[in-house]
Write a protein that binds this ligand. Structure first.
Ligand code: HEC
Length: 328
């Protein structure tokens, strides 16, 4: 479990794994023509003064953290990439575990950088990479940071980056995270922003700038092991009646459920699921939605232990059902 040793802004050394599984391979062919023919009208960019996130075609929950530095959802299909082009975005930085859709981005002259993070924060190394990637990319044009929904992880990344670059205070960026809708139960993400300090240019310059456009996901078995670890941590949380266990004050219930949901999503979109009968991916999808519901309950502050345990038990049934059918 100790994949990450030197954790700084992270509340825990236990979590923050599971960032790197498999993912969204939504192939979008035929993108090139649509680009050549349409030079999209420029969209109204989000403003740092917005008190609500903005929605655009194919792009949701968009919030400005600094002029030309935005956080939001994964771009959906051509519409999402067209919106990014019309906002003048030149670089997309994904902090989600899923593989980015490179083709529609490239067709619009947009560069992708893929630096996945967990639901519970990120270590210093990843922070420095995000900071350098953003600083350098901003010299070319506007930057769009995204995770899946653009509510928690990309918001935490954007807030931390802007503080680290000296563009805003932690409290201002915590306010922006609230505009993004980051749940207060994602303590590790808020802690990253709250504890961020301005990083000297020399330290940023020392970070190797060759960032990947895709960080390849870990294999199926590794993801299962991570799933098992998350599951064990959720069991501890359940034992503490769905609160932070005294024995593990660093555990964040909603973050664990979020990570579980993410692992199921990435597995469902991964190579193993593609090579199996469709029932296999359907099992993963089903478990994903069960975990998403559990995450929603925990992130929303639901304290009904019985209801939470019932939901958690459904996930355990899902694990067993699939193991009996496809593994054992
Ligand atoms: C879609 C079906 C499916 C679901 C759902 C599923 N698993 Fe698995 N799991 C598998 C398969 C298949 C393997 C065997 C992988 C292999 O050995 O290639 C496996 C292997 C494992 C392993 C052994 C990994 C190792 O060390 O070899 C663990 C632990 C595990 N799963 C835990 C879980 C937990 C916990 C859940 C639910 C939270 C879960 N799985 C949900 C299909 C599933």
């Amino acid at each position: 479990m100790n994949r990450i040793s030197h954790i700084s802004c992270l509340l825990t050394a236990l979590t923050a794994s599971g960032l790197s599984t498999s993912c969204a391979n939504d192939k979008s062919p035929g993108v090139i023509e649509s680009v050549a023919s349409s030079s999209p009208a420029s969209a109204q960019p989000p403003s740092i003064a917005d008190e609500q996130p903005r929605d655009y075609p194919g792009l949701h929950n968009v919030v400005a953290y600094h002029e030309d530095c935005y956080s939001g959802s994964v771009p959906e299909g051509d519409a999402g990439f067209d919106t990014l082009a019309s906002l003048g975005v030149k670089t997309i930085i994904s902090v989600d575990g899923a593989e980015p859709e490179l083709t529609p981005a490239k067709a619009r002259g947009i560069r992708y950088i893929h630096l996945p993070i967990g639901y519970n924060g990120f270590d210093d190394e990843r922070k420095l990479q995000l900071v350098r990637a953003t600083r350098d990319a901003m010299r070319v044009g506007p930057v769009y940071l995204h995770c899946h929904h653009g509510r928690h992880r990309s918001a935490g990344a954007a807030g931390t980056i802007c503080v680290s670059l000296g563009w805003a205070t932690p409290s201002k960026m915590v306010e922006r995270m609230k505009v993004s809708g980051t749940s207060p139960n994602y303590r590790g993400l808020y802690a990253c922003t709250r504890r961020a300090t301005v990083i000297p240019a020399s330290a940023i310059d020392a970070v190797p700038p060759d960032f990947p456009e895709v960080s390849h996901p870990a294999g199926f078995v590794k993801a299962m092991i991570e799933l098992d670890e998350v599951n064990e941590r959720l069991k501890l949380i359940e034992k503490a009646n769905w609160r932070v266990p005294d024995s593990h004050p660093d555990l964040v219930p909603a973050a664990e459920a979020g990570q579980m949901a993410d692992l199921f999503r990435l597995l469902a979109e991964g190579d193993r699921a593609k090579s199996r009968p469709s029932g296999f991916a359907a099992e993963l999808r089903n478990n994903e939605s069960l975990a998403v519901a559990l995450e929603g309950m925990l992130a929303g502050g639901d304290k009904d232990g019985k209801k939470l345990s019932t939901q958690f038990a459904r996930i355990a049934e899902g694990c067993n059902h699939c193991h009996v059918k496809y593994r054992d």
